[in-house]
Design a protein around this ligand. Structure first.
Ligand SMILES: NC(=O)c1ccc[n+]([C@@H]2O[C@H](COP(=O)([O-])OP(=O)(O)OC[C@H]3O[C@@H](n4cnc5c(N)ncnc54)[C@H](OP(=O)(O)O)[C@@H]3O)[C@@H](O)[C@H]2O)c1
Length: 247
């Protein structure tokens, strides 16, 4: 029997990058996976097809996680399809880089609206939906949550808030057997970071003891551990998963 047989997981922002890697891994470990996406229907559909071809169970559901009503619809569709939800991976997130002078009310709202507001409301929906036996929420943070990056002041602040929420929500939800755990990637090769190229990544690689940037599968392996029975004594903590990189 696979580790996550019988479990249902929602992975937000799973059409690409780290979220897609997590969806693939949780499905390989036996979970039925809801692949959430905002715009990339084709990519989400291809991922679902790949999971099914490998013998897994998955469905794609469109929902913009910065829109509260769409979060509710996502959970309803997940229950309609698979009957229950046991695991939520709060992965959907955006990062915008630039000087303080270029920060606008809109750029703040975009990043906080998805990375923080969306994460809180998705966790609220999960807490309402999880069975009495409990569940697990994983918040995908960033090393920038503890060591902020210059020119990513707003993004770093959203991830600092995520780490704080991991702790406060674990305190509140622990008595209901709901664990809340953070996983904080270092620089990881995804569609979102592909524009940096090798030259842009080089300074990060130079400061990474393990000497490379991460792959979505590296982050997914940590998530798979955290949501499994082997992680059942971990809550309220954020695991740094970046090859030893301190940003
Ligand atoms: N890559 C890194 O180096 C790195 C490092 C540390 C932390 N992280 C964190 O890891 C997470 C994923 O990053 P990534 O690099 O994999 O991102 P990415 O390659 O840019 O992919 C982003 C994913 O999020 C989805 N998404 C965007 N806006 C959404 C919304 N409003 N509602 C639902 N889904 C939405 C996208 O779906 P559509 O294409 O369908 O819109 C896509 O599947 C983020 O929380 C990020 O902060 C990344």
């Amino acid at each position: 029997m696979a580790k996550l047989d019988g479990k249902v997981a929602i992975v937000t922002g799973a059409s690409k990058g780290i979220g897609a890697g997590i969806a693939l891994r949780l499905a390989a470990d036996g979970a039925s996976v809801v692949v959430n996406y905002a715009r990339s229907a084709d990519a989400a559909g291809l991922l679902v097809a790949a999971i099914k071809k490998a013998g897994g169970h998955a469905t794609a559901v469109q929902a913009d996680i910065s829109e509260p009503d769409q979060i509710k619809t996502l959970f309803k569709k997940a229950v309609d399809e698979f009957g229950h939800v046991d695991i939520l991976i709060n992965n959907a997130g955006i990062y915008e880089f630039g000087d303080l002078a270029g920060v606008t009310p809109e750029s703040i709202d975009r990043q906080f609206g998805l990375n923080v507001k969306g994460l809180i409301l998705a966790t609220q929906a999960a807490a309402e939906t999880f069975p009495a036996a409990g569940g697990v929420v994983v918040n995908i943070s960033s090393g920038a949550g503890v060591t902020p990056i210059a020119q990513a002041q707003v993004y770093s602040a959203t991830k600092g808030a995520v780490d704080n929420l991991t702790r406060s929500l674990a305190l509140e939800l622990g008595p209901r057997k709901i664990r809340v755990v953070g996983v904080a990637p270092g620089l990881t090769a995804t569609e979102g970071t592909s524009g940096m190229g090798e030259e842009g990544a080089a300074p990060f690689v130079a400061r990474t003891p393990l000497g490379r940037i991460g792959q979505p599968a590296d982050i997914a392996a940590a998530v798979a551990f955290v949501v499994s029975e082997d992680g059942n004594w971990i809550t309220g903590e954020t695991l740094q998963v970046g090859g030893g990189l301190r940003l």
